[in-house]
Design a protein around this ligand. Structure first.
Ligand SMILES: [Zn+2]
Length: 400
């Protein structure tokens, strides 16, 4: 069993050695990330200038660049969840899939400054911070220990090269597409189309709308229609929609002649929830099981064979969704679904369609990405910042 304190002591000793050995490199990297380092002291000009600390905000900026929080699902609770009142430089970051009390023990032993917990440890609104609730205890421990907590959750799932791309890569190379496409973030907009006799009739309408839409979200265009008059359109924000409609009606636009369209944001290619891969080389179900076990570092997974399938049936199309993937995978036509967990009835539905299902247990389908992300994050931070993956983090379920 891992001894957190002993390992932490060795870890800190090696960290200090590492810091001493690489001070020049740290300085150059830190300068790279901080455009305006403080000038060297004129009185001790023989010493190198002091190292600017890596502030929490700077680390958060890097995390945001690697996976924009705007990619997260609207129901999610991502970003900085716990921010201590005493700001301190970030020297050690601990990555974990879940923030449990065992992981918090580890974070404290490592003198960690920031915990990046993939699942948000605070999700439901809380009305108190007391000791009888384990998640509230964790939040209190973090604040008392001056440890910040950040959660990326579904932004990591959605981002190109994130959790789901990592998961599907375990089945082999293939043509990969996103199952639930992410869209460019931005406010919802509406387009209203109507006809006017001539441009003179349109002008007062536009003037009125401009007065009402103080945030300058109004856009308009005019085209010559096939019928008499001009086809005009205005685009407005969701909040400006009721007043825009009212203004058009007041200016004689017939409600029957008014068409209101809700416009979609442009898609973000490669980003979104779930992945479907058409494998370059089809594999058998048995091989797929072994590949998933190997990729996730597991001795066991659960398999449901699709109706009419055997272990030797070929898998060409494989759909994956890390975590609890039933809603994303529902109705997707593929030979195999790979996810962490699905309910009994959701598995039955897939099997009846001839789709086999591999279940790894929820967090086992996500945790392996932490190691990939550790390298990615460390390469973007100065060497003065150590990024560690939790050793105490594990799925609560195991096969016995
Ligand atoms: Zn999950």
């Amino acid at each position: 069993m891992w001894s957190g304190v002993r390992t932490a002591s060795r870890f800190l000793a090696s960290l200090q050695l590492n810091r001493a050995q690489t001070s020049r490199e740290i300085y150059s990297l830190t300068r790279h990330l901080s455009p305006s380092p403080p000038p060297p002291s004129p009185r001790i000009s023989s010493l190198p200038p002091p190292l600017p600390p890596m502030e929490l905000k700077e680390v958060l900026d890097v995390l945001e660049q690697l996976a924009p929080l705007s990619l997260a699902e609207p129901w999610d609770n991502v970003g900085l969840l716990v921010e201590p009142s005493r700001p301190r430089p970030v020297a050690t970051i601990l990555l974990t899939n879940d923030l449990t009390e065992a992981v918090m023990d580890e974070a404290e032993a490592l003198a960690c400054d920031l915990i990046v917990s993939y699942h948000p440890p605070l999700f439901q609104p809380i009305k108190r911070l007391v000791q009888r609730d384990w998640k509230q205890r964790l939040a209190v421990r973090a604040l008392e220990g001056g440890i910040a907590i950040f959660s990326p959750h579904t932004s990591w799932d959605a981002v190109r090269g994130g959790v789901n791309d990592w998961l599907v890569a375990g089945l082999g190379s293939g043509q990969v597409c996103v199952l639930s496409q992410a869209l460019t973030s931005g406010p919802c907009r509406y387009k209203l189309e109507f006809t006017v006799s001539n441009t003179e009739d349109l002008q007062p309408i536009i003037e009125q709308l401009k007065k009402e839409d103080s945030k300058s979200t109004l856009m308009h265009s005019v085209n010559s229609g096939e019928t008499a008059g001009l086809l005009a359109s205005v685009s407005c924000s969701e909040t400006a929609l009721p007043s825009t409609v009212q203004s058009l009606l007041q200016h004689g636009v017939a409600s029957q002649a008014l068409t209101i369209l809700k416009t979609e944001q442009p898609p973000l290619p490669g980003h979104g929830q779930g992945r479907l891969s058409v494998l370059d080389r089809p594999i058998t179900v048995a091989t797929a099981v072994e590949k998933v076990k190997s990729h996730l570092g597991l001795k066991h997974v659960r398999l449901a064979l699709g109706s009419g399938q055997t272990l030797e049936s070929l898998v060409k199309r494989v759909a994956v969704c890390a975590g609890s993937g039933a809603s994303v995978l529902k109705g997707v036509s593929s030979d195999l679904h790979v996810t962490g967990e699905m309910s009994h009835h959701e598995v039955l539905d897939a099997v009846a369609r001839g789709t086999s299902v591999i279940l790894s247990d929820h967090s086992n389908s996500e945790r392996g990405f932490l190691t990939v992300f550790r390298e990615r994050l460390a390469s973007c931070l100065p060497a003065s910042v150590t990024v560690a993956v939790s050793l105490a983090d594990r799925d609560p379920l195991e096969v016995v």
